[in-house]
Design a binder for this molecule. Structure first.
Ligand code: TTP
Ligand code: MG
Length: 409
């Protein structure tokens, strides 16, 4: 039986919520992100509304660049808690149509409504009703793609943003996606794209035209075969409702590029503490620690290290993070941003399993639990572990005004 898959993606999500909350922002270019500080701001853009996008402003652009392009825009700091609340209510609407809802991010999800059609009408009818309910209850617009697979639904939702509804009928997949940029092909990283380019490929249609044999010759059976299928709009992957979070990280942009490695390390240590606390809140532990380092001039590197056991505490995140930082560092260059992420939660990691295994959790985990409890009651700064965190108090007392944390991924 052919499936009916919806991809729902809110339009300019953070900016749309801000416009709704503050009517004076409507009809103006709105940029949600770090403080531009009159063009000297150091962070990045989270998102921009469609008016601001006309100036070429978009997610992840340095906020100073956004300011240069449109100094007259309204610049708004992100309010994560508010967006999470709105997101939770929107997901409740989505889940009222089907149990098969797979969240992709705070504002985006796949829905498999195949089994709901008998009760709720066909895919397009369900999509229209979802858009309508989101508009009525949240005063926000969503763009929806309706297709027979996740890949095609995702591409479709983007075609008529904002407030779009694109229905790709069964059999029309290949034709719909053929003109789209090959960069939209899932699984094609920078090196693969460069190779495709050398083969003269610019669009998804060009990939389809290469044929299976040429793709397998170039990329091997697995990847080549997948490109062949995707380029024809064939994608059998199921919608997985409880696909959990894949990574948890935090990063920090310094107010000024920093030469002092002590300061960089103290900041990284603080981020390790925050990531550990957030992991424990979500009952997660991961096998991979990744450090991100951005130098003056914006060049960015990431380095990661696998851990023998899943980690969720500063004791186990900080040492590999510090080693990665030191290995990646080029001491002559100043540092603009530092970040740390834990990933690789996997089915066999995490604390749920440790509970069953009994005693698997390290002694540090219990210390961490105690610290979490104290921190919740008395505030984060009340609790530090002197032996482990030699300089953290200095950092804490200096940290006010050192820029602002951004982007929790
Ligand atoms: P997106 O859905 O990628 O963007 P959007 O909803 O703002 O705009 P669009 O209409 O194109 O879908 O991301 C959802 C939210 O996630 C976005 O509003 C802000 C946040 N975000 C960041 O904070 N940083 C980023 O780099 C990106 C891409 C998104
Ligand atoms: Mg969106």
């Amino acid at each position: 039986m052919l499936r009916t898959i919806l991809h729902v993606d809110m339009d300019a999500f953070f900016a749309a919520v801000e416009e709704r909350e503050t009517p004076a922002l409507r009809e103006r270019p709105v940029v949600v992100g770090a403080d531009p500080k009159g063009g000297r701001g150091r962070g990045v853009v989270a998102t921009a509304n469609y008016e601001a996008r006309r100036y070429g402003i978009g997610s992840a652009m340095p906020i100073s660049e956004a300011y240069r392009r449109c100094p007259g825009a309204a610049y708004v700091r992100p309010r994560g808690k508010l967006y999470r609340e709105v997101s939770r209510r929107i997901f409740a609407i989505l889940r009222s149509c089907t149990d098969l809802v797979e969240p992709l991010s705070i504002d985006e999800a796949f829905l498999d409504v195949t089994a709901s059609r008998r009760l709720l009408g066909d895919g397009p009818a369900i999509a229209r009703s979802l858009k309508e309910r989101i508009r009525e209850s949240e005063s926000l617009t969503a763009s929806v793609g309706v297709a027979t697979s996740k890949f095609v639904a995702k591409l479709a939702s983007d075609l008529e943003k904002p407030d779009g509804l694109v229905i790709v009928p069964a059999g029309g997949e290949r034709e719909t996606i053929a003109p789209l940029d090959v960069r939209r092909l899932w699984g094609a990283g920078p090196r693969t794209l460069a190779r495709l380019e050398r083969l003269g490929v610019a669009t998804i249609g060009d990939v389809a035209a290469l044929g299976r044999e040429a793709l397998v010759r170039e990329f091997g059976e697995a990847l080549g075969g997948r490109f062949h299928e995707l380029s024809r709009g064939i994608d059998a992957r199921p919608v997985c409702p409880d696909r959990a979070r894949k990574s948890l990280g935090k990063e920090f942009t310094f107010d000024r590029d920093v030469a002092d490695r002590g300061q960089v390390e103290r900041t990284l240590l603080r981020l390790c503490e925050e990531v550990g606390a957030a992991l424990r809140r979500e009952k997660l532990a991961g096998h991979t620690v990744t450090v991100k380092l951005r130098w003056e001039g914006f060049e960015t590197v990431t380095r990661q290290a696998a851990q023998a056991r899943p980690v969720d505490t500063t004791e186990h995140i900080w040492p590999p993070a510090r080693d990665l930082l030191r290995a990646a560092d080029q001491p002559a260059r100043r540092v603009r941003l530092v970040g740390v992420t834990v990933s690789g939660f996997g089915a066999a990691s995490g604390r749920q399993l440790s509970l069953f295994e009994g005693g698997e959790r390290t002694p540090g985990s219990r210390v961490a639990d105690a610290i979490d409890t104290l921190a919740e009651r008395f505030g984060k700064r009340a609790v530090t572990r002197a032996a482990l965190l030699p300089d953290v108090r200095r950092e804490a007392s200096h940290s006010a005004g050192h820029g602002r944390p951004e982007a929790e991924s």
